[in-house]
Design a protein around this ligand. Structure first.
Ligand SMILES: CC(C)(COP(=O)(O)OP(=O)(O)OC[C@H]1O[C@@H](n2cnc3c(N)ncnc32)[C@H](O)[C@@H]1OP(=O)(O)O)[C@@H](O)C(=O)NCCC(=O)NCCS
Length: 191
């Protein structure tokens, strides 16, 4: 059974969250399909493009970041997307979900499936605001933990998660199209 697959995210989640005067985090809806598709493809390519065959990454992007796929996911009540704006400029996005099983079936946790910023916002502090937003949503969803999967060679992201209290708990295989890649499973307990 897919852990949490029957769970629907509550409708009471706020549509708009002002994190501070500068950064705004908005829950995405179907009107955001194109923006989400573009930022997801751009940030994914920026992060992994140099480490993969172009045709492999292109196939992955075509499959997972098409507007039709985004429409499907935005209509799935197990998935929630947020768009992140810094002074009105789209700078990143977050995807939280209850779709995949966690290795430890006792963990009451939500998966942080994607947390991506455009390159010009790396090191700006926006990522920490995004993580704080994830903690808040996880708490609203009565989750005790956040878990994620990160490519073993994505040292910047690993360092980022570790400095914010995520701990490596094992390994996972990520399917980049037809290629298997090694990921670390990382978990942060919120209580
Ligand atoms: C991952 C991400 C959200 C982190 O946000 P960020 O603003 O870059 O994070 P920070 O700058 O606060 O922290 C990065 C840390 O990694 C360190 N770092 C940078 N490059 C590094 C490298 N090549 N190897 C190891 N550490 C590195 C930085 O020095 C910093 O650590 P420090 O604060 O101790 O100095 C952002 O880089 C991003 O969007 N990357 C592309 C998408 C991605 O990889 N998402 C995660 C997928 S699971």
């Amino acid at each position: 059974m897919l852990r949490g697959s029957a769970k629907a995210l509550p409708l009471i989640l706020p549509y708009t969250l002002m994190m501070n005067d500068r950064i705004k985090i908005l829950k995405a809806n179907l009107n955001d399909t194109t923006a989400l598709s573009v930022i997801a493809a751009t940030t994914f390519y920026d992060t992994y493009g140099a480490y993969n065959k172009q045709e492999t990454i292109q196939r992955y992007i075509d499959k997972w970041f098409s507007t039709s796929q985004m429409c499907k996911e935005l209509s799935d009540d197990r998935i929630i997307y947020y768009l992140v704006y810094d002074q009105q400029q789209l700078s990143g996005y977050i995807k939280l979900q209850f779709v995949n099983p966690h290795q430890n079936s006792d963990l009451n946790g939500v998966e942080l499936s994607r947390l991506y910023l455009l390159k010009q916002w790396h090191g700006s502090g926006v990522s920490e605001v995004m993580l704080n937003h994830c903690y808040k949503i996880a708490e609203e969803l009565k989750q005790d933990a956040i878990w994620l999967s990160v490519w073993e060679k994505n040292n910047r992201a690993i360092r980022f998660y570790e400095k914010h209290g995520f701990v490596k708990k094992g390994n996972l295989i990520f399917k980049m199209d037809d290629e298997d890649q090694n990921d670390f499973l990382m978990v942060k307990h919120l209580i």
